[in-house]
Design a protein around this ligand. Structure first.
Ligand code: ZN
Ligand code: ZN
Length: 79
């Protein structure tokens, strides 16, 4: 049995006996303590550091690129 990556419980489990998280859920490294924290939680499970979701800034960037692409295609047609 491998230790829980989210709460340092050495016994771990499926799900973890200490924190109840499944070790198979999506995870990411915390920018503050570098430990693995669940991807679907807004704060680090170790140090409580709030983690911004990567999707939160990716969605506006994707929309902006889409708008730029439409703008470019309209411009090409006008020229
Ligand atoms: Zn745990
Ligand atoms: Zn942390």
């Amino acid at each position: 049995m491998s230790p829980c990556p989210f709460c340092d419980n050495p016994k771990g489990g499926q799900p973890c006996g200490a924190c109840g998280r499944a070790p198979s859920i999506g995870r990411r490294p915390c920018p503050a303590c570098k430990k693995m924290t669940p991807l679907n939680e807004p704060a680090c499970s170790h140090c409580g550091q709030a983690i911004r979701s990567e999707m939160r800034w990716k969605i506006p960037v994707i929309i902006l690129m889409f708008v730029v692409a439409i703008g470019v295609s309209v411009l090409v047609r006008l020229l």
